[in-house]
Structure formats: C-alpha cells, structure tokens
Design a protein around this ligand. Structure first.
Ligand code: XIL
Length: 314
C-alpha cells in the first residue's frame, strides 16, 4: 500500500513523525520510521538542555544523528525547539540574570544552534508554549526578564542565522478558537505588521478523548492562513483513559480522520506530524498516568484503526 507520506505528497503536504535517539537501535521501528514518513522531528535532541548543557558549550550529537537519518531517508526535519520554559539546562535556571545578560545568552543559543543546522532544517519551532490558557503571556524566565519582545527578538535572530528556514510559534490547546489561539492570532498579526520574520503557526494537537474534539480546527487554520502564515499539526496524538476499548479506538480513528480533513481543507496547512508513531515510544503514559494508546500504531507496531483512518482521509 502507499505510505502516509505518499498519500500526503499527492496533496502537496508532508506526513511526519517525531522520534528520539534511544529508540533508533530498534530496527523494526527505524525501518518503518524511514519508509512511512517524509518528515521527522527530534523529540528531545534539539532542546536547550541537550544542545547547550553548559553555558557556551554546545553538543549537537543527538540532533545530528536524527538529521543524518532524515537525510538518508529523504525526509524534511522540523527543528524543535529554541525557546521554551521547559527542559532548560540547570546553569540557565539556577541563577538570576539581568536583562542584558539573558538577551546575550538567548541570542547566542539561538544563533549557534540555527547556524549549526543551517540548510538542514525545513522549519524551526522558535518559541514554544508562550501563552497561558487564558491568553496571557506565560511567566517564563524569558518573559519575566525580557518582556514580550523576546518573541520578536528570537524570530529575528533565528532568521539572521538561517534566512531560508520557516519560523514558527508552536503551542498546545490552540486547535480550537478560544482565548489561547486568539492570543496567537493577535500576536501573529502584530508581528507580521511589524515585519518580523514569522512564517508559521504550529498546533501541537495533543488531544484527549475525554476532553472532546476541537470542532473549530478548520476555521482556526483558515484565519492564520489569511494572515499569510503556514500552519502545521506538529505533535499529534489522541490519548485515552485506559483500558483501551474498541469503541475508544474507533473514536480515536475518527479524530485522526477529522483533523486530517481539516488540514487538507486549508491550503496553507502544510503537514501533519505525529508525536512518534507507535504507542511503544509515546510520551503519554509517563506524563498522564492512566492514559495512553495515543498513536496510530500499537506497542507491537501493528496498525490501529487510526492508521486506516489516516489512509482513508489522505
Ligand atoms: C516531550 C518528549 O516527548 C518527552 O520525551 C520529554 O520527556 C518531554 O517532552 N510539548 C512539546 C514537546 O513541545 O517538546 C514535548 O515532548 C511534549 C509536549
């Protein structure tokens, strides 16, 4: 059968998966990772704690391994992520910074990493998870020290370091219209008006059956397209409360189908990435106790109803 990537390419889209370095020794896993998808995202390897473990000491080993694998398999890479409040190195969170100091640290981090990967990254998640649920700015180290201007600065610095890479803001719980996605819409409008290099909006799309499907997804994608931005579903999974039942797997499959249809309906929704493809390597059980089974392939790498729904929708 055609792969998800083949089917997506017929629509001018990509279909990708996240992956992580420890899994790459699993041969049946890497075989499918290499054949089914035309885009990959490193799940951890390009985060700040991994890439600058000591101040000014950079380590791109993990990211490089994934970029090399992607190159061998003719896959695009989404870079994830340059500025985020989570998974920061201790040297950065363990002391106070003046605004002048932190600006210099942030600029150096962004430019060293983006320059290292120049020409190899299709799109960067430059700033991840900048807003709270109510649409106010998240009070991160960066926001508290630098104010909201850190976002425009980060985009400009990344653009200088790789002018061809598409630059994204990325977040979760922004699939439906509402206070959080509205905040991104307003910010994106402002940044575009100011000529800040912003090219896309990433919707993580970590959904959960118990919270309902974001029915306004398509409208939401459309309004960002009207601002002149690409959109992408960047970290898709659909978790459920365990145990798994046939009914839940069927509902999950419908959600995968519906989000794919929403993306295909909006010209500038450029692709879909699952946050790994098999339940064997999903982050969900560790972060949401009692939940899981969120991905289109099960723990034995067998396709689930969600996989067949994706094929049907693409
Ligand atoms: C997750 C990884 O999958 C885990 O391995 C790690 O322990 C924690 O982070 N939103 C994001 C991703 O933007 O970076 C997160 O990835 C999942 C939530």
């Amino acid at each position: 059968p055609p792969t998800l990537a083949d089917l997506a390419e017929r629509h001018g889209r990509y279909f990708g998966s996240a992956t992580d370095n420890p899994e790459l020794v699993d041969e049946p896993y890497t075989a499918r990772l290499g054949s089914e998808f035309d885009q990959i995202t490193p799940g951890n390897g390009m985060k700040w704690y991994a890439t600058e473990p000591q101040q000014g000491v950079f380590d791109f080993t993990n990211g490089d391994e994934i970029v090399a694998l992607a190159r061998a398999n003719h896959q695009k890479v989404r870079g994830h992520t340059l500025v985020w409040h989570s998974q920061l190195p201790d040297w950065l969170t363990g002391r106070e910074w003046t605004a002048t100091e932190l600006r210099a640290v942030l600029k150096k981090h962004i430019q060293t990493e983006v320059r290292h990967y120049r020409g190899k990254i299709y799109a960067w998640d430059v700033v991840n998870e900048a807003f709270n649920e109510d649409g106010t700015y998240r009070e991160t180290l960066f926001y508290k020290t630098l104010g909201p201007g850190y976002i425009a600065d980060a985009l400009r610095w990344a653009h200088q370091a790789d002018p061809k890479a598409k630059l994204y803001l990325n977040d979760y719980n922004v699939e439906a219209t509402g206070p959080k996605s509205d905040a991104y819409y307003e910010l994106a409008k402002e940044l575009k008006a100011q000529g800040v290099p912003l090219h896309g909006f990433g919707l993580q799309t970590h959904l959960a059956l118990q919270y309902g499907y974001p029915a306004t997804l398509e409208d939401n994608l459309r309004r960002f397209a009207r601002l002149g931005l690409d959109t992408a579903l960047t970290e898709v999974d659909v978790r459920m409360q365990l145990p798994v039942t046939e009914e839940k797997l069927d509902r999950q499959a419908e959600w995968y189908r519906d989000m794919t249809e929403a993306c295909l309906a909006v010209r500038r929704c450029v692709g879909i990435t699952v946050w790994d493809y098999t339940d064997k390597y999903s982050w969900i059980p560790a972060f949401f106790p009692g939940e899981g089974a969120a991905l289109p392939w099960d723990e034995e790498l067998r396709p689930k109803p969600a996989y067949f729904a994706l094929r049907g929708a693409l």
